[in-house]
Ligand binder design. Structure first.
Ligand SMILES: [Fe+2]
Ligand SMILES: [Fe+2]
Length: 277
């Protein structure tokens, strides 16, 4: 069981933000903006999936998960709130979120089905966010020079994603979710997640007027495929999920604890495991 602390981030998200807030780089900014656009809807889905999964367990098996699930819900609810505030700036800048309504329609297809489906979808997404988080915490210079408030927002979110990466997976396992379903959903989510990220990033670049600039795509090439690129550094941890004996805690997460320890003045603790939120 993980001890999940819920934290309130102490950053100002009211003062307007620069359009290319990530190092003045159009591609990186559009990519991060795209991910943020999916969070409020996606994270609500994860909260519901884990909550419903816990309820589906026999009563006597629920107790060991109560505190962790409570922490998971508290962390994701805080992420939703912060990213909703950030997303309002993107709307003001003229960007249009096409991803969220499409994701909402897709999620509706799972309503009323066996709770293991939504949990397997959540565990797959949580694996994506955990390997992305570990990668960004290992390469924080990708956010340099960047609006400090946003650098804090992204690294805080990454640290907490790394902390709670096993919750959905463990509830799925406690419900005897099968390996076959876990892998089936992971393959589907890989396709959907990558294509949705790409679509929304291109959409953001088009509205921003940066889509056809040469520098946009040279930046994309190094961000994705360079020496420290996202695809290059996350392919192996992505593939590990396919193993029958995979567990999220087998993957690195020491950077998360270090960031949280080094940046304690940037947040307050709202609740600790076992406390009411
Ligand atoms: Fe999150
Ligand atoms: Fe998460």
């Amino acid at each position: 069981m993980s001890e999940l602390v819920v934290r309130r981030l102490l950053i100002d998200l009211e003062t307007p933000l620069p359009r290319h807030w990530c190092a003045g780089d159009a591609f990186r900014t559009a990519f991060f903006n795209s991910l943020s656009m999916s969070f409020p809807v996606g994270e609500q889905f994860f909260i519901d999936a884990v909550r419903n999964g816990l309820k589906a367990l026999p009563t006597e098996q629920q107790a060991p998960f109560q505190a962790e699930v409570q922490g998971f819900i508290g962390q994701e609810a805080t992420h939703r709130r912060i990213h909703s505030l950030f997303n309002q700036h993107l709307e003001t800048q003229g960007l249009v979120n096409d991803w969220a309504p499409r994701a909402e329609r897709n999620m509706q297809l799972l309503a009323g089905t066996n709770p293991r489906h939504a949990l397997a979808v959540t565990a797959a997404n949580e694996h994506f966010t955990a390997i992305f988080a570990e990668w960004l915490l290992r390469n924080p210079e990708l956010l340099e020079p960047c609006e400090p408030r946003l650098k804090t927002m992204w690294l805080w979110h990454c640290a907490e994603e790394s902390e709670h990466k096993a919750t959905a997976f463990d509830v799925y396992a406690a419900l005897d979710g099968s390996h076959a379903w876990r892998i089936k959903w992971f393959r589907r989510i890989t396709f959907v997640f990558l294509s949705d990220t790409l679509r929304q990033t291109v959409n953001n670049l088009r509205r921003d007027g940066s889509l056809w600039r040469w520098t946009t795509w040279t930046s994309a090439a190094s961000f994705l495929f360079g020496q420290r690129g996202l695809v290059r550094q996350t392919f192996r941890p992505w593939r590990a999920y396919l193993r029958r004996d995979f567990h999220p805690n087998q993957q690195a997460n020491e950077l998360s604890g270090r960031w949280l320890a080094d940046n304690a003045p940037l947040y307050t603790v709202v609740s600790r495991p076992g406390q009411a939120t």
